[in-house]
Structures are given as C-alpha cells and as structure tokens.
Design a protein around this ligand. Structure first.
Ligand code: NAP
Length: 307
C-alpha cells in the first residue's frame, strides 16, 4: 500500500513530489510515456521566475526531477490505464499491475493535438510532428510550416528559422492568439511568412512516404492551393490526459478535470494539479503552484486519515 502516488512527471507532478517527499510521504511518481511533460519538449523558458536569462525547458525539468529525487521520491515509467476509487484506498492500474494507494495526485498533463486528416498516423515521424525542439534540426535548408496561432506556434516558428530555409506560419484566422512579445519576435523574423485565414486540408506525401506538400484552403475565399514543405509542425493546443478517469472523476466536455476546493476532486484522497485541470492559464509556474497545493492537501488528508 502506497501513501501517495503522483501520476505525471511534468512541472505539476514534480513540484508535488518535492513537497510530498520533504514531508516524508515517500511518494511514488508514475512518469508516463512523456517523462518531464511538455517542458521537456520546449526551448528557452523566459518566464519561469528565478531565471532572469531564461532556462531551457529540459534543463528546468531535469533540475526539478533531481530535486524531487534528492528528498527520496521514487520514480517508475508506468502509464495509468484505469482507476478505481474506494472508501479506504484508491486502486490504479498501470500497464501491467494494479497499485493501491491511500492518496493520489493526478498531474498527467495534456497531449498535443493533431488536425485529424487522412494519412496522419503514417506521416507522424515522416514530416509530421508536434515537437519543433525534437525534430527541427532534421529540416535544414528546406521549407517547413507551422500550423497554429498561439504562443506554441509563434515560439516554434521562431525556433525553426535556425534550420529551415523558410517557415510558413499557417493560421486559421487573421491574427495570432500568441502574446505580444512572441508576435513581435515572429513578425520581426524575415524567414517567417504568415499565411492567414487558412487551413491545411490535406497532407501530400512523396513516393517514399515522406511529407512533400500540404493542400491549403483559404477560409474566406475558399481558394485552394498546394504548398511545398518538407515538414509540418502542428501547434494547435493540447487535450488533457484523463481517459483513465472517465466516468469516475468529474470532468468537463473536453475532458479537463474539474477541481473542487482548489486542487481537490469529487473523490476523497484524490487531488489534481496542472494542465490536466487547467484550461485557462496552462503555464509552467501555475502548474507548479497547483502541484505544491495538491501535495499540501494530500499531506493534510493523510494526517487526518491517520488519526
Ligand atoms: P493555444 O493558446 O490554445 O493556441 C492554439 C492555437 O491553435 C490557436 O491559435 C487556435 O486558433 C489554433 N487551433 C486550435 N485548433 C485548431 C484546428 N483544429 N485547426 C487549426 N488551428 C487550430 O495553445 P498553445 O499555443 O499550445 O498554448 C497553450 C498555453 O501554453 C497557452 O496558455 C500559452 O500561453 C502557453 N505557452 C506559453 C509559452 C511561453 O510563454 N513561452 C510557450 C508556449 C505555450 P484560434 O486562435 O483561432 O483559436
């Protein structure tokens, strides 16, 4: 029987682990299939307090991991597939076993969305990706495109100009959702060409099964055209990783967990933190804050239950 299991090893999960381990709760972190969460695939993080010159996302998350480990957190790569609430303990199923725990923090984050077009699955890894930091360097001196209009799209477009000959930024509206500073940066970069009011309607592969071009449709004029690109970087947001909790924990129509009293849930002993329950801010620092609060609440719950 575990005292506390933390699902997820992004900013929220690792902050919860640091607090819980320091409180001697001996937490077990189930890291899932993307250890380190979204920060592990970003570039420079400029808005995490305490780093006036910025810090690389993977380095930031590695530091948090080391900090959690230093206080005795245990880690496993397991992925949660099922969940059973109970009066005295909670059961969660990983890929190959059921685990029992007295309390649980769900910080399983969110996964990148794709466009849902034909031949998407075959093309992932062959010129279709959601991670510029992972795959950008493979596309040197060739044209690529980024789809989306938020901070991620702006950040990825700017980053990709280090490698690509040209970066088309394809957005479905005529203005970006990204913050002002990101917009200024992207518009100041001569290698980036925005394509407004436009959707990608088809991926076109070459005879080797690698991305060769995309079909575009202007949503205002309905005009269609083909654009040659060697890679499509999709940055259209994320879906919360909550499948294992469906029908058992309260969630909204898009699958975000609905917090009760800040970081609680509708099941006693289950707490939630980070992007899995945050459809508004989705920042590293807000996720860390929720992770801290969830660990403090779990500690309170366990000490009350122990009496
Ligand atoms: P986001 O802010 O939700 O933006 C998603 C973008 O994709 C929007 O522009 C949206 O268009 C577009 N989109 C959504 N579905 C689409 C579809 N089916 N087809 C075409 N376009 C679609 O997501 P994000 O950029 O990943 O950012 C998520 C959060 O992380 C935000 O809070 C952001 O501030 C934060 N973030 C911060 C930084 C940073 O500060 N360094 C970096 C990255 C992310 P519409 O605009 O028309 O809705």
């Amino acid at each position: 029987m575990e005292k506390l299991i933390i699902v997820g090893s992004g900013c929220a999960g690792l902050t919860a682990a640091i607090y819980a381990a320091r409180a001697n709760l001996n937490p077990l972190v189930l890291e899932g299939r993307q250890p380190g969460g979204q920060l592990s695939t970003t570039t420079l993080v400029e808005n995490y307090p305490g780093f006036p010159d910025g810090i690389d996302g993977p380095e930031l998350i590695l530091n948090m991991h080391r900090q959690a480990e230093k206080f005795g957190t245990r880690f496993s790569y397991a992925q949660v597939t099922d969940f059973e609430p109970g009066d005295k303990h909670i059961r969660i199923k990983t890929d190959d076993e059921w685990l029992e725990t007295r309390s649980l923090i769900i910080a399983s984050g969110a996964t990148a969305r794709f466009l849902g077009l034909d031949n998407e699955e075959e093309l992932v890894g062959h010129g279709l990706t959601s991670c510029a930091t992972c795959d950008g360097a493979f596309y040197k001196n060739v044209p690529v495109c980024v789809v989306g209009g938020g901070d991620s799209a702006a950040e990825e477009a700017t980053f990709l100009t280090r490698f690509a000959s040209k970066v088309y930024l394809i957005h479905r509206r005529d203005q970006l959702r990204a913050s002002k500073i990101m917009q200024d940066r992207v518009f100041a970069n001569k290698k980036v060409e925005p394509i407004w009011d436009t959707m990608v309607t088809k991926y076109i592969a070459d005879e080797k099964g690698e991305m060769r071009a995309v079909r575009l449709r202007n949503v205002k004029t309905n005009e269609e055209r083909e654009l040659e690109v060697a890679c499509v970087f999709v940055a259209i947001g994320h879906d919360p990783n909550t499948k294992a909790y469906r029908g058992k924990l309260d969630m909204d129509s898009e699958g975000y967990l609905i917090p009760k009293n800040s970081v609680g849930s509708n099941v006693r002993g289950v707490f939630i933190a980070g992007d899995v329950a945050d459809r508004v801010y989705k920042q590293a620092v807000t996720a860390a804050g929720m992770g801290c609060a969830a660990a403090l609440q779990a500690e309170k719950y366990l000490s009350g239950a122990e009496r």
